[in-house]
Design a protein around this ligand. Structure first.
Ligand SMILES: *[C@@H]1O[C@H](CO)[C@@H](O)[C@H](O)[C@H]1NC(C)=O
Length: 325
């Protein structure tokens, strides 16, 4: 009797863990013509200052032209210290009252950045925010399935040693992350199996931190060591991030994987750089702006814009139809 009860409890516990270990998945079908247009902005929530409002205005104009389906936020959603709670007025001041254009009244998919972890991290993940502004969707790690393409959003902040090694600098809200190594290994395992199971034509991974970058933060060594091999092993096409407050496109010399930074949502012009092989560095802009991705089952086109709506850089890739499953 005692033993079987224990067994049942253990089985239930295993089931609960198995379910909890899966990445939440959201369906977002493409347009009827099979295409999808996505705006990408990062490092933005500053109550409109540092050109945040100007970026928002141009996103609205560009979004109208390019018929935006949804918006991706690469994190650092609220400066300097995330949200203080689910009632924080900064949610209105930095999000709802800033991205007001009709074309931006679409679903937003957001990851957390390191600054978001400095506040009440659970507040940004709380479904109550979705009642305050129905566009808002933020999870730590999750999948958006748009049929032709799957986006794998990854919570990158807990990978970085420095947030744990120098606790005197800032307070981080690690609820839900500790024990850290458990969290990281489960996340990588879940990502790896989700990527392996994916039959999408394009696979795109989105995180806050850089893998490769020529900006002030440069490469994130922990992601190069632990995340990059999984992306390469699973033929991920693109990695999209923020963290460095710039716009940038870097290619790999040894794989087709491309790195896109869209972290120009507000404060920029850092004028601090890390060396990247010029052969790999396709584009770097130190100022504010955003990125657009237009994708079909055969073509992916990336465009970067500054705050005046100037097209700064354009790059595209194609996949032959026959490789579609
Ligand atoms: C706003 O953008 C303009 C044009 O790029 C730039 O000259 C200016 O320095 C920016 N302001 C701030 C506060 O970054």
């Amino acid at each position: 009797m005692f033993l079987s009860l224990e067994l049942i409890t253990a089985t239930l516990l295993c089931l609960a863990i198995a379910v909890a270990a899966e990445l939440p998945l959201f369906q977002h079908p493409p347009k009827p013509d099979g295409s999808l247009s996505v705006l990408v902005v990062g490092d933005w929530g500053r109550k409109g200052t540092h050109n945040q409002s100007e970026v928002a205005l141009q996103m609205g104009i560009t979004g109208e032209k390019l018929e935006t389906d949804f918006i991706i936020s690469t994190g650092d959603n609220f400066y300097d210290d995330g949200l203080i709670g689910i009632d924080d007025i900064q949610f209105d001041e930095s999000f709802t009252n800033i991205y007001t254009a009709p074309s931006l009244q679409k679903q937003w998919y957001a990851v957390l950045g390191n600054h978001d972890y400095r506040g009440d991290v659970l507040a940004q993940l709380n479904p109550v925010l979705n009642k305050r502004d129905s566009r808002w969707l933020c999870h730590r790690s999750f999948i958006v399935d748009a049929e032709i393409v799957q986006f794998f959003f990854v919570d990158t902040t807990p990978f970085s040693d420095k947030y744990f090694d120098t606790p005197e600098e800032h307070t981080y809200d690690w609820r839900g992350v500790l024990p850290r190594e458990n969290y990281l290994s489960n996340l990588l395992k879940d990502l790896d199996s989700a990527l392996k199971e994916s039959s999408a034509k394009w696979k795109i991974v989105v995180g806050h931190h850089t893998i490769r970058s020529g900006g002030s933060h440069g490469n994130t060594v922990e992601l190069v060591a632990r995340l990059l091999p999984i992306l390469e092993a699973n033929s991920v096409d693109f990695y999209i991030n923020g963290h460095d407050h710039c716009l940038e496109h870097i290619s790999s010399h040894d794989s087709p994987l491309q790195f896109f930074t869209s972290g120009g949502g507000s404060k920029a012009w850092k004028r601090e750089f890390h060396w990247v092989n010029p052969k790999d560095m396709h584009f770097y802009y130190d100022g504010q702006g955003f990125m657009n991705l237009h994708i079909t089952s055969t073509d992916a086109e990336f465009k970067f814009y500054d705050i005046t709506g100037n097209l700064l850089h354009k790059w595209s890739a194609s996949k032959p139809l026959y490789s579609a499953i």
